[in-house]
Design a protein around this ligand. Structure first.
Ligand SMILES: Cc1cc2nc3c(=O)[nH]c(=O)nc-3n(C[C@H](O)[C@H](O)[C@H](O)COP(=O)(O)OP(=O)(O)OC[C@H]3O[C@@H](n4cnc5c(N)ncnc54)[C@H](O)[C@@H]3O)c2cc1C
Length: 380
């Protein structure tokens, strides 16, 4: 009898963060045979650290705003409908934390179709004078999901393997990953070292720290200001996060200063409201994987060496239509969600499914290969 390991999979997904788990969910729901691999466990990377707020991105008009607002609407519906047991739905107060953000927020208020209002007196009574004075918007609908709970629920029943993928081999039209063989490969490895020579993909890791704590202060809604603060859960827990540290890397070998991280979080939270009798229960840390242009990534990957050999003048600025580039066969990357991985994952994973099953082209704006021509010019 062949074991599940020897039969070819339709899709092998590397990385069991929210992007890998949501991809596995949508692809297996559509009848594909999916294998999911992670070197540590489900939701062990950036996704395991996330506060996992499903919040709108406050931004001005443009492509990013359109994608984010579509993704936000899809995510709210997705988690509340399919995973209500891991989703806490509460109103959301977003307070600007700088004059620049205040300007964006005032613009957003005039433009958004999301239901919102000013804050009422009861909520105001909880806030510091600084938080009351800053521009704000109170959305009637917001949500926060249990990051680890939802990732585990997404992949229930899916073949999962724990090992570190060191190399990828493509032979006889199939991908071999360890002992597994699959037709299509999905790379969902966040800010971890790349598994293919794709230096042109503009990604950076942004370290984050959040804490779960007990406090005697009851928080009725989601708060975003200098940090995000969750509503008090049924278990009496409040999540505070997260820090954004572009300098610390867990791959550097240097230890991370947890005590300092906690101080930063509590100091920032105190600018929004006073939290009484705090007792920190747990720390969560991880890397977000942000793209250089803030747009997420979903799409095929250019084989840089083969493409430069075919079109050597790209190095000197020759303009080649991306459809002429040489791509790795049957590989899709899903990545670059920055601080919005839980908001973007259902949106990206649905489009991955539509691409693989219904052959619907992925919006080229999301292509990880968008960074290739500029990188190629620097290779001359
Ligand atoms: C502190 C913090 C707070 C956040 N808060 C929010 C929030 O409120 N809302 C929101 O939407 N987003 C939030 N984010 C962002 C969100 O968590 C990320 O965008 C999301 O986790 C990205 O998911 P991913 O699946 O791409 O990557 P990851 O979750 O990092 O998953 C990648 C996985 O790949 C595995 N892997 C890597 N290389 C290999 C290999 N060679 N072999 C096998 N496995 C491998 C890793 O072990 C890891 O599990 C937060 C992030 C952090 C760090």
């Amino acid at each position: 009898m062949p074991t599940s390991k020897t039969l070819p999979y339709d899709v092998i997904i590397i990385g069991a963060g929210i992007n890998g788990c949501a991809s596995a969910y949508f692809l297996s729901q559509s009848g594909l045979r999916v294998a999911l691999i992670d070197h540590v466990g489900i939701a062990s990377g950036g996704s395991g650290a996330a506060g996992a707020f499903i919040s709108p991105k406050i931004s001005k008009a443009g492509e990013l705003k359109e994608i984010m607002s579509e993704a936000h609407a899809e995510a709210l519906e997705f988690y509340t409908t399919n995973f209500p047991q891991y989703t806490l739905s509460k109103p959301l107060l977003h307070i600007a934390n700088s004059p620049k953000e205040s300007e964006k927020l005032e613009y957003f208020k005039c433009d958004t179709t999301l239901k919102h209002s000013r804050i009422d007196a009861e909520l105001k009574s909880l806030l510091t004078p600084e938080a009351i004075a800053d521009s704000s918007i109170y959305f009637y609908e917001g949500a926060v999901v249990d990051a680890q709970g939802v990732c585990n629920a997404l992949v229930e029943g899916i073949d999962y393997f724990t090992f570190n993928v060191e190399s990828l081999v493509h032979e006889e039209g199939m991908w071999r990953v360890g002992d597994l063989i699959g037709n299509h490969l999905v790379l969902a490895i966040g800010a971890y070292p790349k598994l293919l020579p794709i230096d042109y993909v503009g990604l950076r890791g942004i370290w984050g720290h959040r804490i779960d704590c007990e406090t005697s202060t009851n928080i009725p809604c989601i708060l975003h200001h200098h940090v995000s603060i969750s509503p008090t859960t049924n278990g009496g827990i409040v999540a505070i996060g997260a820090t954004h540290d572009v300098h610390f890397s867990p791959f550097s070998g240097e230890p991370y200063d947890v005590v300092q991280g906690r101080e930063i979080l509590l100091d920032k939270a105190s600018k929004t409201l006073k939290l009484n009798n705090i007792n920190i229960l747990k720390d969560y840390t991880g890397l977000r994987s942000g793209s250089n242009d803030y747009l997420p990534m979903l799409g095929s990957l250019v084989d840089a060496e083969a493409t430069l050999a075919k079109f050597p003048h790209i190095r000197h600025g020759e303009n080649i239509d991306p459809s002429q580039y040489i791509y790795y066969p049957n590989v899709t990357m899903i990545n670059g969600s920055g601080g919005y991985g839980f908001v973007l994952a259902p949106y990206l994973a649905k489009r991955l499914r539509d691409f693989l099953i219904n052959k619907i082209e992925i919006d080229p704006i999301l292509s990880p290969s968008r960074f290739f021509p500029r990188w190629a010019k620097r290779q001359s």
